[in-house]
Design a protein around this ligand. Structure first.
Ligand SMILES: *[C@@H]1O[C@H](CO)[C@@H](O)[C@H](O)[C@H]1NC(C)=O
Ligand SMILES: [Ca+2]
Length: 339
């Protein structure tokens, strides 16, 4: 006989097994469970998106909705489009999973410029940072598909060359500038190469924020597993900011599509001490210098060091020869004077 009690026990067991084997709790003991928050998520079918008053998202610029995606820009020059959440985010710990597609006719490095995922104080702004304002306040995650810096000779040294598309994170505090010409390297907190353009697989980006730590992961090669892209600790974000996604094309172009942006609330245990930590009003990163040092180290590559050393030695050699010649002449002159 199967009693109600057995069913309850079985259900309990089933739920426990599910929680224990769910991917987010597998790699992080802290996360007990996660919940999709529909009010912050953008997913098919995109009913009423952009025009209905019941929709939680607004469209901007060239962004348009099709049954399969929200296209931020088409594969045409000089377009700018965005989609912005209407609801400020007050969750403390969250995970955002973005399913996106960047594709176009252009050959590699003849496409651009890329897209960005935002969690910022302001929304629906036009501007030069992948279709959003510069000097933004909050988090920007960029999928940069065009190497601007490598165009310039001074930054195209071996060792600093990167393979694009490049994913990176920046925290804006309202005064910090994103420098397009250097692909934002001076303000970058971390990043990685992700071959997400014209991919035959579905491409995903994941941002997890919990206890002042931002983890970025990518899944772009069809292996259905997350590859770590950046891990930034001591990152403090105020609450009440808006999610968004934007993209821009210039002389070069691509289709920039968002298929979904799913936000999950993370349930995290906090110590009494962590519970008392006061909220910041301006985004900030503790010990921002650690990121600066990394960039400088990167600039002096092995090859550069070798040539610097080689030319120093050659230089010293030339100086020594000149010195000897001058000394020889001087000695000769002195001898002549004595005779
Ligand atoms: C923003 O960050 C920069 C660099 O860390 C700093 O110089 C500037 O004072 C900060 N601005 C504000 C408003 O906190
Ligand atoms: Ca770029």
């Amino acid at each position: 006989m199967f009693h109600l009690k057995n069913i309850r026990e079985l259900t309990c067991l089933f739920v426990t097994v599910c929680i224990l084997t769910s991917p987010s709790s597998a790699d992080d003991q802290d996360f007990m469970e996660d919940f999709l928050k529909r009010e912050y998520s953008l997913a098919k079918p995109y009913r009423g998106l952009g025009f209905s008053s019941s929709s939680q998202w607004d469209l901007m610029g060239t962004a348009m909705v099709t049954p399969d995606h929200v296209r931020l820009t088409p594969d045409l020059q000089s377009r700018q489009g965005a989609v912005w959440s209407r609801i400020p985010l007050f969750l403390q710990d969250w995970e955002l999973k973005v399913h996106f597609k960047i594709h176009g006719q252009g050959k590699k490095n003849f496409n651009g410029d890329g897209m960005a995922i935002w969690l910022t104080k302001d929304r629906m702004q036009n501007g030069p940072v992948f279709g959003n304002m510069n000097q933004f306040t909050g988090l920007g995650i960029f999928v940069d598909t065009y190497p601007n810096a490598d165009k310039n000779h001074d930054s195209a040294q071996p060792g600093t060359q990167r393979t694009f598309p490049y994913v990176s994170a920046m925290l804006g505090n309202g005064t910090l500038l994103y420098d397009h010409d250097s692909d934002g390297r001076p303000t970058e907190l971390g990043g990685c190469t992700a071959m997400a353009r014209n991919a035959i697989y579905d491409t995903f980006l994941l941002a997890r924020y919990s206890k002042n730590r931002l983890t970025l992961m990518v899944d772009v090669d069809g292996k259905q597993e997350w590859k770590e892209c950046a891990d930034i600790t001591g990152l403090r974000l105020p609450r009440g900011y808006f999610f968004g996604a934007s993209a821009v094309t210039g002389d070069l172009s691509d289709n920039h599509d968002i298929i979904s942006m799913k936000l999950y609330q993370l349930t995290v245990q906090r110590s009494a001490e962590e519970e008392e930590e006061e909220e910041v009003t301006i985004p900030s990163v503790d010990n921002v210098e650690q990121f600066r040092v990394e960039i400088q180290e990167e600039e002096m590559s092995g090859v550069q060091f070798f040539f610097t050393l080689l030319f120093s030695i050659l230089g010293l050699g030339v100086l020594a020869v000149v010195g000897l010649v001058v000394y020889g002449r001087w000695k000769e002159n002195r001898r002549k004077r004595f005779y």
